[in-house]
Design a protein around this ligand. Structure first.
Ligand code: FES
Ligand code: FES
Length: 160
């Protein structure tokens, strides 16, 4: 049975009346037109669909929209401040850490979640966390470089 589910998305109160078991990914893309979050495998295996739920990375394809009720969701569309990209976005851009870009928004959200939890991650931390994110274009070396570049920039932003 459909239910009205209200939650905060990118700083705005949103609600949807739908099957509570429907995936958060489907609601974000189809109902809210937030298509920056990508559908890859639909099975929790690629993390192209990563969004932050209360600051933690989740695969939106496996997250029922009911789990977001009264919670806070951040998608790639909510990351920049006006015309200023988030430092992780900026680092990916400067390093050219993508080819087709399909994995990029999920990668960036995964890095933002990692830096929320560990502001100064080691390479081992980065590799261990990011190994769940697949890039079919194999841009991994530049992605790792971008993450290393983003770390001090994010630290500067959070210290302000
Ligand atoms: S689409 Fe969600 S993990 Fe692949
Ligand atoms: S840049 Fe193409 S999948 Fe990662």
């Amino acid at each position: 049975m459909d239910k009205t589910i209200a939650f905060n998305v990118n700083g705005q109160s949103r609600s949807v009346t739908t099957d509570p078991e429907r995936s958060l990914l489907d609601v974000l893309r189809e109902d809210f037109k937030l298509t920056g979050t990508k559908y890859g495998c639909g099975e929790g295996q690629c993390r192209a669909c990563t969004v932050l739920l209360n600051g933690k990375a989740v695969p939106a394809c496996l997250t029922p929209v009911s789990e977001a009720e009264k919670q806070t969701v951040l998608t790639i569309e909510g990351l920049a401040h006006g015309d200023t990209l988030h430092p992780v976005q900026q680092a990916f851009l400067e390093e050219g850490a993508f080819q087709c870009g399909y994995c990029t928004s999920g990668m960036i959200m995964g890095v933002v979640a990692l830096l929320n939890e560990k502001p100064n991650p080691t390479d081992a931390d980065i590799r261990s966390r990011m190994q769940r994110h697949l890039c079919r274009c194999c841009s991994y070396p530049r992605i790792l470089k971008a993450i290393r570049q983003a770390v001090p920039q994010v630290q500067k932003t959070t210290a302000r």
